[in-house]
Design a protein around this ligand. Sequence first.
Ligand code: MEV
Length: 442
Amino acid sequence: MNYKPIQGFSKLNKEEKIKWIVSEYLHDNSDYEDILKQYWNENTALQKLHEEFSENTISNFYMPYGVAPNFLIDGKLFALPMAVEESSVVAAASKAAKFWLDKGGFKTTIINTQKIGHTHFILDTEAYKLKHFFNFTLKNKLIEATAVITRNMRKRGGGILDIELIDKTTDLPHYYQLKVSFETVDSMGANFINSCLEQFGKTLKEEINSSNEFSQKEKDSLQVVMNILSNYTPDCIVRAEVSCNIEDLKDDSGISPEEFAWKFKQAVTIAEVEPYRATTHNKGIMNGVDAVVIATGNDFRATEACAHAYASKDGRYSSLSHCSTDNGVFRFWIDLPISVGVVGGLTNLHPLVKFSLALLGKPNAQELMSILAVSGLAQNFAAVRSLVTTGIQKGHMKMHLFNILNQFGATEEEKQYFVNYFKDKTVSHHEVITELNKLRQK
Ligand code: MEV
């Protein structure tokens, strides 16, 4: 098939875009237009709002929006909003929340809240000369040049915390950075940080070019390569933890509290020392984190990138959560680097995001960090608990049952039959099909 490129696709209206896509790519007889259009919202204002979030929108993509109740976090009860397609995530979160509810719940601590961005530049000069220029001239000029951009943020208690000159010339010839730390209070701050950094890039050029401390050759070598925030925020950390006496770790699988604590700690230690397991372990954590990140209109790609970079901070990819079982006390915690906002971005625009934030009692950014870390820890607790007791498939397949049945167009009656059928058994794809065929032949 030879497809043709198209000019001006973004200028077509929604109908025209769909017609072009269908005529160019979709040649069987399925009703592709209807598939897309059934997701258009009848409320045209709401539809338009969503279309304007992104370029070339032709439909909406639904995700289940669920709620996990009974989260006791720092003495306050929350119901967490979760946008996630994986069947067992909300159920697992709810189960973990319930488990810790009568054991004091989750405790959180904000360790720090700094965000980082860089102006990356190339300058063929002596490092000592640049350092001198930075300390005695440039740094102040950079602060002055961004005073207008930072004014509102400073009023809210944030702004630029520090600017450092970093010599990276041993990694790449003539490569330096302005490494800037920011406090962005209740916003994630990406636009604010990038605006400051772009101004730094301009000021850096102007100041070096107008300085008589550098030769023309040095000035000619200056290239501001890019100005951009870093999604790695190892100084924007929240700790979430749970703890209880080991004897209180009663599990309905019949395992003793002591064996449970031992196996659980082993499982976490395995994730600390074995990157293959750490990846899956941390994926389970991010099941909980991302679902709330999405429901609250934050950027899950940023939180993912940051979490995994942090998991590698000691040179080997490792677990984000940790466990101890000293002096008869089980303790399980996570230090999660996470940069999120409750103002700006989608937070004031997307009706469901507004709903989520209202459901959480309109948290500030630090409270949201705490809630996210708890969601990740709870999810991790639920997964590891299942892994070291019943195995993961029992709970997972129970929740997946409806997906299998829906694939075969099961009726409500048939679904009810299977819920009873699998009450005491682990669901398997094969058994559903065999039993469904039997049922339908009857
Ligand atoms: C599945 O989405 C997540 C788990 O694999 C996490 C884990 O193994 O810890 C269950």
